[in-house]
Design a protein around this ligand. Sequence first.
Ligand SMILES: NC(=O)c1ccc[n+]([C@@H]2O[C@H](COP(=O)([O-])OP(=O)(O)OC[C@H]3O[C@@H](n4cnc5c(N)ncnc54)[C@H](O)[C@@H]3O)[C@@H](O)[C@H]2O)c1
Length: 262
Amino acid sequence: MRIAGGGHMRDWLALHDRPALVVGAGGLGGASAVSLAAQGARVALVDVDERRLEAVVRAAKEAGGEGTVEPIACDIRSAERCRAVVDEAVRLVGTPQVFLHAVGRNVRRPVLDLGDADWADLLELNLSTAYWLGQQVGRLMVAAGYGRMVFVSSVSGLLAHADHAPYAATKGGLNQLVRVMAREWAASGVTVNAVAPGYIETDLTKDHLDRNGNRETLAGLVPARRLGVPEEVADAVTFLASDRAGFITGQVLYVDGGRVLV
Ligand SMILES: NC(=O)c1ccc[n+]([C@@H]2O[C@H](COP(=O)([O-])OP(=O)(O)OC[C@H]3O[C@@H](n4cnc5c(N)ncnc54)[C@H](O)[C@@H]3O)[C@@H](O)[C@H]2O)c1
């Protein structure tokens, strides 16, 4: 029997020394990388923006955990680059036992105003990179017989927000990709889950929230009556990335203050 405060409570999440690959050093990926490193993980962190990478490396040092964050600067928009990024992560921190996909973009326009490039670009960045990276990391995790994968979805994968067509389609698609990978890899010790945040203030949402009272209007739609903060998503990611979440797979965990309830 496990007794709270007993020996197992030290490194309860068992993330110490675990090689991790986090893709996306923005608000949510950055906070998650810092959280994983604070738990002792060795994190390879990928982003196209070198300044964001540096900021997260600094934040992880300031947080003072025993883990590390190793930056990899790369634009991940092709299958070849996704595979190269995984190779580089293996070289830097070892075969990933934890993987987080936290890259995505939104184009807020009605369907009738969207161009072909809007659709193609969002599909590539939000969904295809998740497939390419998930497949390549999945190969390694299945061979190793252990893995924890988390993909950042959104409440838009479930709700029909106007002006969100390509974004919503990629997040709904991501939820199904997660479920199929979870089913295929469950017997190999690999769990695959999504976290689906509601509105969280990051660079992705800041401009939109700053416009015409959007912040207050959107907070009013949330039963908790507020927007979330990146650390609240990072906490959910860290749990799903841990040994403690070994029997949870194929789930979409809403981190949204109750937004999808109404
Ligand atoms: N912030 C929210 O409210 C919210 C809500 C629901 C879901 N999400 C999802 O969370 C994920 C992360 O969002 P965020 O809020 O942290 O956004 P963000 O804009 O703060 O971070 C996204 C990061 O992706 C990087 N990136 C963009 N294109 C890239 C490319 N081609 N190659 C490599 N890196 C690239 C950016 O440089 C940035 O650091 C996204 O999938 C987003 O859809 C965010």
